[in-house]
Design a protein around this ligand. Structure first.
Ligand code: NAP
Length: 320
């Protein structure tokens, strides 16, 4: 329910590219959407610098700036924003309920655009090292590590792509993978393996981050998973690229997910539950681009608008 005790038309969960595009479309459709900003407002674009592949920006655009522009654009058309995390979700027939900050909100439709968060290795001093030579975003932090050795952990497309990107700055890029072959597509794997600045380290896990006396990374401890041999590798930064976890916690018990936890859609942006739509990285383990997330956000708002129009139609069985 909104502050006047009435039921919202649409609540949008998430303020990344998908959520904000949904907010622009829903606001322009006069639905006065309520947009919930969670723990990572703005989503993953806020952790990038230059976005060079968003159509319409031939010179590139700053990621946080792009998000701020979308936010402003949604607000201009009447979207309302609230800094709240969704703790619980309960689907209903006429409306759905979301528990935020201990209060239940009610909405005729919900767009889940809660994104995905980077996975980490789970080592003991991980929290302290983040921002001090430990990051999950080469695009954001690569330029800080010029002419020094760095490592990337992972064997997928992201790890290979980030390693290749980092060769622009670093003196040497170690690509540490737990197996002896990459999961990445052949083209990226070959490009990484053929790069003179990239050295793969196979069958190996990072077991410890090593800080210097100022708390900045100066190396990582490695363990060869076959021989069990331990060693130290001197690097100034470790880029963790081992995939993402979709942020589905409050929805998981109601909406089906794939084996990696991504929400499954039925058709367009429709989920199994009428009136609940999904868009962006929370449903997309593959493309994960700003522009695809924006497209999906648009689709979800249009689907929600049509769903609401149908619900309110005099011929609809519930309202007739
Ligand atoms: P991913 O394909 O899931 O790969 C994750 C990698 O990290 C795997 O090599 C995995 O090892 C490793 N890993 C996972 N957990 C680990 C752990 N705890 N410790 C050490 N290593 C661990 O993730 P992604 O590379 O982020 O790609 C996600 C999706 O986006 C993929 O579908 C990918 O094709 C797509 N993508 C495409 C492009 C592009 O086409 N340009 C760029 C980026 C991403 P194992 O191999 O042993 O499982």
């Amino acid at each position: 329910m909104d502050r006047n005790g009435s039921i919202e038309n649409v609540i949008i969960v998430g303020t990344g590219c998908a959520g904000l595009t949904a907010a622009i479309y829903a606001a322009r459709a006069n639905l006065s959407p309520l947009v919930l900003e969670g723990r990572e407002p703005g989503g993953q674009l806020t952790t990038t610098t230059q976005v060079e592949n968003f159509p319409g920006f031939p010179e590139g655009v700053d990621g946080p700036q792009l998000i701020m522009n979308m936010h402003r654009q949604a607000e201009k058309f009447g979207a309302r924003f609230q800094y709240s995390e969704v703790d619980e979700f309960e689907p209903g027939t006429d409306y759905h309920r979301l528990k935020v900050d201990g209060e239940w909100l009610e909405a005729k439709s919900v767009i889940v655009a809660s994104g995905a968060s980077a996975k980490w290795l789970g080592l003991s001093n991980e929290k302290a090292m983040k921002g001090h030579g430990l990051t999950s975003c080469a695009t954001c932090d690569g330029a800080f590590y010029r002419n020094v050795p760095v490592c990337v952990v992972g064997g997928g497309d992201t790890a290979c792509e980030e390693a290749i990107f980092l060769t622009k700055f670093a003196s040497q890029v170690y690509l540490i993978h737990r197996r002896d072959s990459f999961r990445a597509s052949a083209i990226l794997a070959t490009r990484a393996l053929n790069h003179p600045k990239i050295t793969p380290i196979w069958n190996t896990a990072v077991t410890e981050y090593l800080p210097d006396d100022r708390g900045e990374m100066h190396g990582v401890k490695l363990k060869n998973l076959e021989t069990k041999e331990e060693s130290t590798l001197e690097v100034k930064c470790a880029f963790i690229a081992i995939g993402h976890t979709p942020n589905t916690a409050p929805f998981r018990s109601w909406l089906p997910t794939d084996k990696n936890g991504y929400l499954l859609k039925k058709d367009g942006s429709f989920t199994e539950i009428p009136g609940v739509f999904a868009a962006g990285d929370v449903v997309d383990p593959y493309y994960r681009q700003a522009v695809t997330a924006a497209g999906q956000g648009c689709m979800a708002a249009m689907d929600a608008e049509r769903y609401l129009a149908h619900q309110d139609s005099p011929h609809h069985p519930q309202t007739a």
